[in-house]
Design a protein. Structure first.
Length: 296
C-alpha cells in the first residue's frame, strides 16, 4: 500500500504528486491543511517541500504523514500566516522570539519582520511585553540600557551643584525600572464535610504557598518573605517553580503583588473527593489552586 494514500483525501498523480488535503506531523502535533496553503508563499521552505516532483524524498512518520522536526505548538501560527499572510497573536504572547526563529527556519522573511522587536525613540527595546523571551535578554545589557536612559533624562546629576545630591538620588531611583513578566502562586487545600451539608465545613490551614516565575521578579515582589531554600542558586534571569512563601495568607501575597503593580489575569483549580472513614459519610475534599499575575 502506498504511503501517499495516507496523506490526504484526494489521490496524487504523476504530474501532481501531492494530494489536495495534506496531513503534517510537526514535532508530534498533527495538522491537516490544503496543499495550496502550504505553497502560498513562493520561496518558503514549505513551498520548496511541496512543489518538488520527488515526493519520496520527504520524511514521513509511521502513519505516512509528512514529518517536520520543529516546534509543533508554534507551527499553528506559521500555518495561520500561510493562509492569509497576516499575523494574529494572543495577548501577552510570551514566545515571540521563539516564533521568530521558527519563521526564519521556514524562510518567511515578511513574518520575520513582523516579529522583530520594535525600537523606541531612545533606540532601545520597546515596551511590548511580547517582543521576546525575558530569559534571552542579557542582564548586563539591561543594566547598561537603564543607566543610559537615566543619564539622558537627568543630565544635571553630574553638574555637582547644590541640587546634585537630590538629582543623583532621583537618578538612582530612575534606574529601578519595573520589568514585565508573570508570577504564578499556588496552594493545596483541604476540608472535611460531614453528613449534613448544612453544617460548617472543617477547613485545614494552607500549608504552603508556592511561587513560580522569574527569580528576579519573585525576589522583587516578596523580598525576605520568599523562602529560597529549595532553589538557592538560581540565577536572576532564570525561572523557578520551587520557591514558596514564609507566610500562609493568600491575601498577604495578593497585597504584595498589587503593590508591585501586578494584576490577576487567570486562575484555575482542581479538586478530588474521598471518604474519610468507611463507617461514616464524612468526605475529605482536596484541591490545588493557581493564580496567574502579570505586570506590563
Amino acid at each position: 500500500m502506498a504511503l501517499a494514500d495516507n496523506t490526504g483525501c484526494a489521490k496524487a498523480s504523476e504530474d501532481f504528486p501531492f494530494p489536495e488535503i495534506i496531513e503534517l506531523n510537526v514535532g508530534g502535533q498533527v495538522y491537516i491543511t490544503r496543499h495550496p496553503t502550504l505553497v502560498s508563499v513562493p520561496g518558503s521552505l514549505l513551498w520548496e517541500m511541496f512543489t518538488q516532483k520527488n515526493i519520496r524524498s520527504l520524511a514521513r512518520d509511521s502513519k505516512g504523514r509528512f514529518f517536520v522536526d520543529r516546534d509543533g505548538f508554534l507551527f499553528r501560527y506559521i500555518l495561520d500566516y500561510m493562509r492569509d499572510q497576516q499575523l494574529v497573536l494572543p495577548n501577552h504572547f510570551p514566545e515571540r522570539s521563539r516564533l521568530q526563529r521558527e519563521a526564519e527556519y521556514f524562510m518567511l522573511p515578511e513574518l520575520v519582520k513582523m516579529l522583530a522587536p520594535k525600537l523606541s525613540k531612545q533606540n532601545s527595546l520597546g515596551d511590548d511585553p511580547c517582543q521576546s523571551d525575558p530569559e534571552e535578554l542579557s542582564p548586563n545589557v539591561d543594566a547598561t540600557r537603564n543607566l543610559t536612559s537615566a543619564s539622558a533624562t537627568l543630565p544635571s546629576a553630574v553638574a555637582g551643584g547644590p541640587g546634585g545630591a537630590v538629582t543623583a538620588s532621583a537618578g538612582a531611583a530612575g534606574t529601578d525600572v519595573r520589568r514585565a513578566g508573570f508570577i504564578t502562586i499556588g496552594y493545596r487545600g483541604s476540608y472535611t464535610l460531614g453528613r449534613d451539608s448544612q453544617t460548617d465545613a472543617k477547613f485545614r490551614r494552607v500549608a504552603r504557598i508556592m511561587v513560580c516565575g522569574k527569580t528576579s521578579l519573585a525576589k522583587e515582589v516578596f523580598g525576605d518573605t520568599l523562602n529560597e531554600s529549595r532553589d538557592p542558586d538560581r540565577p536572576p534571569e532564570r525561572y523557578t517553580s520551587r520557591y514558596y512563601l514564609k507566610f500562609t495568607f493568600l491575601e498577604q501575597a495578593f497585597d504584595k503583588l498589587a503593590d508591585a503593580g501586578f494584576h490577576m489575569v487567570a486562575c484555575n483549580s482542581t479538586g478530588t473527593c474521598a471518604f474519610a472513614h468507611d463507617q461514616t459519610d464524612d468526605r475529605i475534599w482536596t484541591s490545588y489552586t493557581e493564580y496567574v499575575f502579570y505586570r506590563e
